[in-house]
Design a protein around this ligand. Structure first.
Ligand code: B12
Ligand code: SF4
Length: 588
C-alpha cells in the first residue's frame, strides 16, 4: 500500500477581493482592519494571521505532511503535482465556493487523491453536493486525523511553536511579527444560541493542553524557537478553566518567566477570578463579548460592565468589547441605543458584527422553525453584510451593511484611534501598577494564590515580590512598543478630542520613561512619513471605489517529515524545514 502523504491547505487567495468565489468587504484576511479598527483609516494596524489549526494538526501526526498556507490558485495547482495521497482543505462557510473549486479540480486532475474537509465551513448545508469529498471532520482535527490514519487519537498533543501574524504593519510601516500563538482548547460550554464555536464542539470545551504546566511548556518552547514572550491565546474562554490558569501562573512564578497574553473571556469569568489575578497572570488584552445592553445572558447578567472595563483599563489591560447588531429586539431606536451604549463603555476597541444564523446553531434552528431563514448564498455568511434571516424591523439588505459601517465610524469619532487608546491604557496601567506594587511592599502584603488576592503576610514581614518586579519589567518592555506611534496618532488625529488624547499619552510616557530616546524619535518621524504615504494610498483606493487598501498574506509552505519522527522520536532534524519555529518558506 502507498505510504500516505498529506497536504493540508487553507483556501486560495486573493482574499477580500470580490470575485466568483467569495466576497470582498467582510472577507479580508485581517482582524483589526476588517473587524475592529475598520473606518480608522491610517490609524488601523494591519495584520494577517497564519491558519493556526493546520500547524497544530501537522505537528501531531505520524504521516508526512506539508502545509500550504494562503496559496494562490496557481500555487495550489502546482503543489498538487508533487504527488499526495490525501488533500485536507480547511475552510469557513463564506469560503465554501473556494473549497468547491479546489475539490472539483482535484477530482478532475488527480482523482486518486482523497479529499478531507475540515473547519467551520463543514456546517454548510448540502455539503456533499457543494464540495466533493471523501471524509469530513466536524470538530477537533488532531484526534480525527489520527483516527483516520490509524494512529492513537488520545496520544498527548504536542503544541507547535508558532508566530501568529503573517505580516504586521502600522502607519504604513512593516515590522517583523513577534507575537506567539497558543491553542489550549476549542469550544465553549456557555452555549450562547448564536455561537458556532460552541455548537461545533457539542456545547462543550475540548481541552488540548490540559494543565497549566502544559501551557507553560508550550510558551517555553515557543520562546526558545521564536523568541516570543507575548502570546495570543486561541481559546474562547481561557479563564473558564481557572485551575489551569492558576497552575500557569504558579509555573511562571516558579521559573521567573512573566509571559504576557491576549485572551478571549466572558465577563462573568473575569468577575469570578478578579482583575488582580489577570494582572498577575500577565493579561495584556482581553476580548469580552458584551453583545447588547438588553442582554439577559448569564455571561453578562448583573455585571456592571462599565465598572469592569474601567477597572481592567486602569490596571493596564486593553479591552476589546464586541457587540452584535440586528438582534431581534433591535429597531431603528434600540440599535442606535446599543451602539451608543457600547461606545459609552469606553473600551479601547470595539468589534461590531451582524447577527448571523450559522447552520447547526440553536439560533439557526429557532429561526428555521419560525420560517425566517432566507435563502441567500453561503458566501454572504461573513457577518459584515446582508442578514441571512428575515429581521422584523430591517428588511433592506443595504441597511445591514450601512448601519454596521456607521457603527465603526461612531466609535472612531467618539473614542479616536484604537492605537492611541491602547497606548494610553498601557502606560497609565504601568504607572499605577508600579505605584501599587511599591505600596504593597511597604504594607507587607503578599499574593495569596488560594484567594487570588493580595493580603497581609502571615507573621508580618513580606519577602520582596520578585515575580511582580519581573512582570513590571516585562510590562515596561511591552508598553514602550506603542510610544513611537503616538506622534503619527497626533498628526493624523481625526478630531480635537483624539489629538488631546494623543498628547495626554505622550505626556504620560515622558512621566513614566523620561524624554524620547533618539532611536524612538527617529522611529516616530518615520511613522509620520510612512503614515502620510499610507494616507495617500488609502485616498487613492477610495477614489477607485474600494473601502481601503486590501493587503494579501504571503503563501507559506512547510514540510513535516513525520514518518521519520514516528520511527525515531529523537530525530529532531526531521521537524519542519525552515526552523526555528514554524518559519516555513514564505513565497512572495
Ligand atoms: C484566527 C481567526 C481568523 C483569522 C484568519 C486566520 C486564517 N488564516 O484563516 C482572521 C482574523 C483573518 C479571520 C477572518 C475571518 N473570520 Co475568522 N476566526 C479566527 C478564529 C478567532 C480562530 C481560528 C483558529 O485558529 N482556531 C484555533 C484552531 C486550532 O482551530 P480551527 O482553525 O477551528 O481548526 C481545528 C478544527 O476546526 C479542525 N480543522 C480545521 N480545518 C481542518 C481541515 C481538515 C482537513 C481537518 C481534518 C480538520 C480541520 O481541526 C483543527 C484543530 O482541531 C475563529 C474562532 C475560533 N475560536 O476558532 C474565527 C472564525 C473561524 N472566523 C470566522 C469568520 C466569520 C471570519 C470572517 C468572515 C469575519 C469577517 N467578517 O471578517 C473573516 C474571513 C476571512 C477570510 N477571507 O477567510 C468564523 C467562521 C464561522 C463559520 N461558520 O464559517 C469564526 C468561527 C468566528 C465566529 N465565531 O464566528 N478569522
Ligand atoms: S461565551 Fe462566547 S464563546 Fe462561549 S458560547 Fe458564548 S459567545 Fe460562544
Amino acid at each position: 500500500m502507498q505510504k500516505p502523504k498529506l497536504l493540508l491547505c487553507s483556501v486560495f487567495g486573493p482574499y477580500g477581493v470580490k470575485d466568483e468565489y467569495a466576497e470582498g468587504v467582510g472577507c479580508q484576511m485581517e482582524l483589526l482592519n476588517n473587524q475592529i479598527t475598520r473606518e480608522q483609516g491610517v490609524h488601523s494596524p494591519r495584520q494577517s494571521y497564519w491558519s493556526f489549526g493546520l500547524y497544530l494538526m501537522a505537528e501531531n501526526l505520524g504521516v508526512d505532511t506539508t502545509i500550504l498556507d494562503f496559496p494562490s490558485w496557481r500555487r495550489f495547482k502546482e503543489e498538487l503535482k508533487k504527488g499526495y495521497t490525501h488533500i485536507g482543505i480547511s475552510f469557513i462557510v463564506p469560503n465554501v465556493f473556494k473549497a468547491r473549486r479546489m475539490a472539483l479540480y482535484i477530482r478532475e486532475r488527480h482523482p486518486e487523491m482523497k479529499i478531507l474537509l475540515g473547519g467551520y465551513g463543514t456546517v454548510t448545508p448540502n455539503l456533499s453536493e457543494m464540495v466533493p469529498h471523501d471524509a469530513v471532520c466536524r470538530g477537533e482535527g488532531v484526534r480525527w486525523l489520527r483516527g483516520y490514519f490509524g494512529e492513537n487519537p488520545e496520544a498527548p498533543v504536542r503544541h507547535p511553536a508558532l508566530i501568529g501574524p503573517a505580516y504586521d504593519c502600522i502607519y504604513g510601516y512593516s515590522r517583523k511579527p513577534t507575537g506567539g500563538i497558543l491553542m489550549p482548547g476549542l469550544g465553549c460550554e456557555n452555549a450562547c444560541a448564536f455561537c458556532i464555536t460552541s455548537h461545533q464542539y457539542g456545547k462543550c470545551y475540548v481541552p488540548l493542553l490540559k494543565t497549566g504546566r502544559e501551557v507553560f511548556e508550550a510558551c517555553e518552547r515557543t520562546e526558545r524557537e521564536t523568541k516570543a514572550c507575548g502570546f495570543s491565546i486561541m481559546d474562547e474562554n481561557f479563564l473558564k478553566q481557572p485551575q489551569r490558569a492558576r497552575e500557569l501562573l504558579a509555573e511562571m512564578e516558579a521559573h521567573g518567566r512573566p509571559y504576557v497574553f491576549d485572551i478571549f473571556s466572558s465577563a462573568e469569568t473575569i468577575q469570578r477570578v478578579g482583575v488582580d489575578f489577570l494582572v498577575r497572570l500577565g493579561i495584556r488584552m482581553v476580548w469580552i463579548g458584551v453583545e447588547t445592553k438588553y442582554s439577559k445572558h448569564p455571561k453578562t447578567r448583573d455585571i456592571d460592565l462599565h465598572a469592569l472595563i474601567a477597572e481592567l483599563r486602569s490596571k493596564g489591560i486593553v479591552v476589546q468589547a464586541s457587540i452584535i447588531l440586528f438582534q431581534d429586539h433591535h429597531d431603528e431606536r434600540t440599535i442606535r441605543e446599543d451602539i451608543d451604549w457600547v461606545v459609552g463603555l469606553d473600551s479601547d476597541l470595539v468589534q461590531f458584527m451582524n447577527y448571523t444564523a450559522i447552520p447547526t446553531t440553536t439560533l439557526h434552528d429557532t429561526l428555521r422553525a419560525e420560517g425566517r431563514i432566507k435563502d441567500i448564498s453561503p458566501r454572504l455568511l461573513h457577518g459584515a453584510g446582508e442578514l441571512n434571516f428575515d429581521h422584523p424591523h430591517f428588511k433592506n439588505p443595504a441597511d445591514h451593511a450601512r448601519i454596521l459601517r456607521d457603527a465603526f465610524r461612531s466609535k472612531y469619532r467618539a473614542g479616536g484611534p484604537g492605537v492611541v487608546n491602547m497606548a494610553l491604557t498601557a502606560v497609565r496601567g504601568y504607572l499605577r501598577l508600579s505605584e501599587e506594587h511599591k505600596a504593597r511592599q511597604r504594607r507587607g502584603e503578599v499574593w495569596n494564590p488560594e484567594t487570588l488576592r493580595y493580603e497581609p503576610a502571615p507573621g508580618g514581614g513580606a519577602a520582596p515580590d520578585l515575580f511582580m518586579r519581573a512582570r513590571l519589567r516585562m510590562m515596561k518592555q511591552m508598553v514602550r512598543i506603542y510610544r513611537p506611534s503616538l506622534l503619527a496618532g497626533w498628526v493624523y488625529a481625526p478630531n480635537r478630542a483624539a489629538r488631546k488624547k494623543a498628547r495626554e499619552a505622550m505626556a504620560l510616557y515622558t512621566q513614566a520613561f523620561g524624554k524620547l530616546r533618539m532611536a524612538d524619535r527617529v522611529a516616530a518621524l518615520v511613522l509620520v512619513v510612512t503614515g502620510g504615504v499610507e494616507l495617500a494610498r488609502i485616498a487613492l483606493s477610495k477614489l477607485l471605489g474600494r473601502e481601503g487598501i486590501v493587503r494579501q498574506p504571503p503563501c507559506r509552505r512547510t514540510e513535516y517529515h513525520n514518518s521519520l519522527i514516528a520511527a525515531d522520536p529523537a530525530r529532531a532534524d526531521a521537524r519542519p524545514l525552515g526552523a526555528p519555529g514554524i518559519a516555513g518558506t514564505p513565497e512572495g
